[in-house]
Design a protein around this ligand. Structure first.
Ligand code: X2X
Length: 343
C-alpha cells in the first residue's frame, strides 16, 4: 500500500474512534428482540407493544424493538426465558416473576400462598425495599431491571364444580406453571397439579386432559377460557399474584448511549404504569365490572371470604415455611413487614 494511503486509513480509523456517537450507533442492532409470554390483547402483550412504541419515539428511531409473544424465542418454554436473556438469544423481556423463578429463587416470593391480601400489598413489595432488593439480585445475574408491570392475582377456574373448600378440589387435575412451589401448594390442598407451559395449557384444558388452571381474570377473559377451555367455574381467592418485570440484557444495555438508556428506562416506567392500571381494570373494589362480564358468560363465580380461605391457608402453612427457607427467611420477613405496614 502507498504510504499516503496508509496514513489516510490510519487517520480515518482515528477519526471514527474519536466520534463516540457514530462509533456506538454503528454497534446498534437493526432490531431488538423483546420476549413476552402473552401478546395482544392481553395487558401483558399490550405492555410490550407500548414499550416498543415509546422506545422508538423517545430514541428518535435509534432503537427499534420487535415483540415476540408466546415465548417463541425459547420455543414456547417460558421457564427458559431468563436464561435466554443472559445468553443473548433474547435482548429484552417483560417477564413474569413465576417464569423466572426457576433461575431466580427469590422471585418465588410473589407465589407464596396468601402472602398478599390485596393490591396495596403488591405495591408495598414492588414499590418498596423488597422490590429494590429483588432488582439488585436480578442485576447481579446479568440483566438490567427497569420497571414493574403486572399480570395479576391468580384465580382458580375449572370445568367440573364450584370450589369453596379443599375437599372440593380433591382429585381435580389443575394445570400449573413454572416453579415447583406451585406443585407443592396444589398438592398440599389436595388437588392433582400438573406442570405445563401456557402454550400447552389451553389445548389440554379444551380437550379435558386437565380440569382447571389458575390465571388472572384479564387472562381468563382475553383467552376466552369459559368457551375455549370449558372453564365454567371460577373461584376468586387471590392466593398469589405475579408482577411483571421489564428488563434488558446487560450486554445490550451497555452497548447503548447513556441518553438512549435513559429513554428506554423512562419508556419502561411509563409502559409499566399503564400495564398495572390495565391489569387491574374492573377488578379493584368497588369496581367489579370484569367479574360481572365473566359472570355474564354463564360462569359460576365464587368469591371466597376470609373464613373460607382459612383452611386453604392452613393446608399450605408447611409449604410456606419450606419455601421461606428457599427464598431466604430474611427477605420473606421484610416482605411480611412491608405488607403489614402498607398504606
Ligand atoms: O402461563 C401462565 O399461566 C401465565 C401466562 O400466566 C404466565 O406466563 C405466568
Amino acid at each position: 500500500m502507498k504510504l499516503w494511503l496508509r496514513i489516510l486509513s490510519a487517520l480515518t480509523v482515528a477519526l471514527v474512534w474519536s466520534m463516540p456517537q457514530i462509533g456506538r450507533a454503528a454497534d446498534y442492532k437493526p432490531e431488538y428482540k423483546l420476549s413476552t409470554v402473552l401478546g395482544k390483547p392481553f395487558p401483558w402483550g399490550n405492555a410490550g407493544e407500548r414499550w416498543a412504541e415509546l422506545i422508538k419515539e423517545r430514541t428518535g428511531g435509534r432503537i427499534i424493538v420487535k415483540m415476540y409473544p408466546g415465548a417463541s424465542l425459547v420455543g414456547g418454554d417460558q421457564t427458559k426465558e431468563f436464561t435466554a436473556i443472559r445468553q443473548g438469544a433474547v435482548d429484552m423481556s417483560i417477564g413474569s416473576t413465576i417464569n423466572w423463578s426457576p433461575q431466580v429463587v427469590q422471585l418465588n416470593l410473589f407465589s407464596m400462598p396468601f402472602l398478599m391480601p390485596d393490591y396495596r400489598a403488591i405495591d408495598a413489595l414492588t414499590g418498596g425495599e423488597v422490590g429494590k432488593e429483588l432488582f439488585r439480585i436480578l442485576e447481579s445475574k446479568g440483566v438490567v431491571p427497569l420497571a414493574w408491570g403486572e399480570n395479576g392475582f391468580r384465580e382458580l377456574s375449572n370445568s367440573k364444580r364450584s370450589i369453596r373448600t379443599p375437599d372440593d378440589l380433591k382429585g381435580l387435575k389443575i394445570r400449573v406453571v413454572g416453579s415447583p412451589l406451585f406443585l407443592d401448594t396444589f398438592t398440599a390442598i389436595g388437588a392433582n397439579p400438573t406442570q405445563m407451559s401456557w402454550a400447552d395449557a389451553v389445548p389440554a384444558l379444551s380437550s379435558g386432559a386437565v380440569d382447571g388452571q389458575e390465571n388472572p381474570l384479564t387472562v381468563f377473559m382475553a383467552a376466552k377460557l369459559h368457551s375455549a377451555a370449558n372453564q365454567k367455574y371460577l373461584t376468586l381467592w387471590g392466593y398469589v399474584a405475579d408482577p411483571l418485570i421489564f428488563v434488558v440484557g446487560k450486554d445490550v444495555w451497555e452497548s447503548w448511549a447513556a441518553e438512549d438508556q435513559q429513554a428506554v428506562r423512562e419508556a419502561a416506567l411509563q409502559a409499566g404504569k399503564e400495564c398495572v392500571a390495565e391489569a387491574r381494570k374492573g377488578l379493584v373494589p368497588p369496581d367489579d365490572s370484569l367479574i360481572k362480564e365473566i359472570e355474564g358468560f354463564g360462569v359460576t363465580v365464587v368469591k371466597m371470604s376470609d373464613a373460607e380461605k382459612a383452611p386453604f391457608k392452613n393446608a399450605t402453612r408447611d409449604v410456606y415455611d419450606k419455601w421461606a427457607r428457599q427464598i431466604g427467611v430474611e427477605l420473606v420477613r421484610k416482605a411480611e413487614e412491608a405488607i403489614a405496614a402498607r398504606k
